[in-house]
Design a protein around this ligand. Sequence first.
Ligand SMILES: [Zn+2]
Length: 308
Amino acid sequence: MSFSREWTLTAQTSIWTGDAYGKTERLITTGLLGSIRWWYEVFVRGLGGNACDPSDTRTRCEGEKHCVVCELFGCTGWARKFRFDVLNTTGKAQTQQIGKGTQFQLRFTPLRPVVEEEWVLLDLTLRLIADYGAIGGKTVFKPSNEEGRETKAHHRDYGLITLIQRPPGIGRRRQALEDYIKKTCWQNPHDGSFAWASLSNFWCVNGEYLARQDQTKSTFNKVIGRPEPERQSSRNDSWLAGSQGESKKVFSFKCPERTFGFVGSDSVTYDTIRQRLEQVWGKESVSNGKFMTGQGVLDKLLTPKETM
Ligand SMILES: [Zn+2]
């Protein structure tokens, strides 16, 4: 059996792993793992694979014939391939919520053979989260019917991390990954309502944030197109805002500044988002490679010369 591999991280903000009832004190490792899985799905879809939505009981995988994500993370009738631990700096289990500035380690210990491509995808996923995304209880990305939920504590400035050490010797050949994803999918899973959650729809701007000052002056609302009181709603607006029980598609963090999201509905393209961001931040901030598309992110993550 192969050895465990560890990723060492620092929390730039607190990390939300609480449950639906708002308990935040304890670290809920399944919440953290659920978030890693969600981004792994994003990566797999971005490389041309399919990934089921494990929260959709009608379409998710079951048993031996499953998608490439379930192959590593498990599904009903197919056990997860690894043991997952979150450790503090003394090597003991982290039991409290991870606060700002805390250093911690994610340890993956194989219980069954984990192939090299899975390690690579896991590594890429964690780097994607650290450099362009955010980690946290999967509730962050889940639909909610609550009014004004964006002002709730757990939707604000939680889950930014810095990767400070990766396991050595993990490669990153794109072709090998695409081949692996193609040959490992035993069925054609339904992406469910998360088909949009793909790296091919992803965008990110580091160093800028959208403010949610109040009802009338929210640059966040401007970008997602949420109607100000006097404006009419439209279909593409509600898709980005995530109304009607859907996840929203734009996420913004103030400290440190980061804004990312997804395009993918018929009417919301990269151009739509770019134009809206430009209106809010000015031309400069979305030019010169500052507005990164999923393709740009993928190229960056797969660049061999990048060290660390
Ligand atoms: Zn699956």
